[in-house]
Design a protein around this ligand. Structure first.
Ligand SMILES: C[S@@+](CC[C@H](N)C(=O)[O-])C[C@H]1O[C@@H](n2cnc3c(N)ncnc32)[C@H](O)[C@@H]1O
Length: 240
């Protein structure tokens, strides 16, 4: 198993290309492909990169915004400095982080929020997919608070239960919503990116994407309601 992983790792053309191009992670090419197809970042933009470690997406965002733009990154893990970016360490779910991210941006809101956020994988697909869905919903809630009207948002998700609800929640906030699978994603991967453009004015927003998805999962019988549920038995949106 370890030998196969090592051989695949060595053969990975995106990893080689990332090394040759000076990117910190092969995932840089995923954002480049999203950008080529959907043009979510413009020169001069202010960009927030959620789940930025080790910094591949931040590097690409800096190239796209050019000298007049700004990029702020946040991750649970410390990210080595990148010239021109402001990098915070912390949990985007924590109270106070939204205010910190907001104060990093001198403008009235970000033009673009990009999120490649992903949990530490357990290897159990249902659990990983459910935690990832919750992180993506949380990133959507952060984007809804910090984006300017007209702004764009992209987040990673894994195919499976609840992804349609995530897309519905995105459609309530953005007038353009598409799924996109970059060729730089690993062949066997079930990851997909949800690309959203043109954030609607705040009057049309729903309160919380997390609650919207949670309710949808309860209605579908995937989760049980609060009154029946022992909180510790729920991981992400998954009832264990
Ligand atoms: C796939 S990596 C991101 C790679 C990055 N886009 C790049 O190109 O270098 C996903 C990141 O999400 C971060 N993450 C997961 N949960 C988080 C949370 N609650 N708050 C902030 N970052 C989180 C992880 O620490 C991890 O570094």
């Amino acid at each position: 198993m370890a030998k196969r992983w090592y051989q695949e790792h060595q053969r990975d053309p995106w990893r080689r290309q990332a090394r040759n191009s000076g990117y910190r992670a092969r995932s840089a090419f995923k954002l480049k492909q999203i950008q080529e197809r959907h043009n979510i970042i413009r020169p001069g933009d202010s960009v927030l990169d959620i789940g930025c470690h080790p910094g591949g997406w931040t590097q690409v965002a800096l190239e796209e915004v050019g000298g007049l733009g700004t990029v702020v990154g946040v991750d649970l893990r410390p990210t080595d400095p990148i010239d021109g970016a402001s990098l915070l360490t912390g949990d985007v779910r924590e109270d106070g982080m939204i205010a910190r991210l907001s104060s990093e941006n001198s403008d009235e809101g970000y033009n673009s929020v990009v999120s490649d956020i992903s949990p530490s994988l357990t290897g159990r697909y249902d659990t990983d997919q459910a935690i990832s869905l919750e992180l993506s919903a949380m990133a959507l809630d952060v984007a809804a608070k910090l984006l300017k009207p007209g702004g764009s948002f992209v987040t990673k998700a894994f195919q499976g239960t609840g992804i349609e609800l995530l897309i519905e929640a995105c459609k309530k906030r953005f007038s353009f919503v598409r799924r996109f699978s970059p060729t730089a994603s690993r062949n066997a991967s079930s990851e997909v990116y949800v690309v959203c453009k043109n954030k609607k004015p705040s009057s049309e927003r729903l309160d919380s994407a997390i609650e919207y998805i949670q309710q949808g999962l309860i209605d579908a019988g995937v989760l049980v309601g609060d009154e029946e549920e022992d909180e510790e038995s729920v991981v992400g949106f998954r009832r264990l």
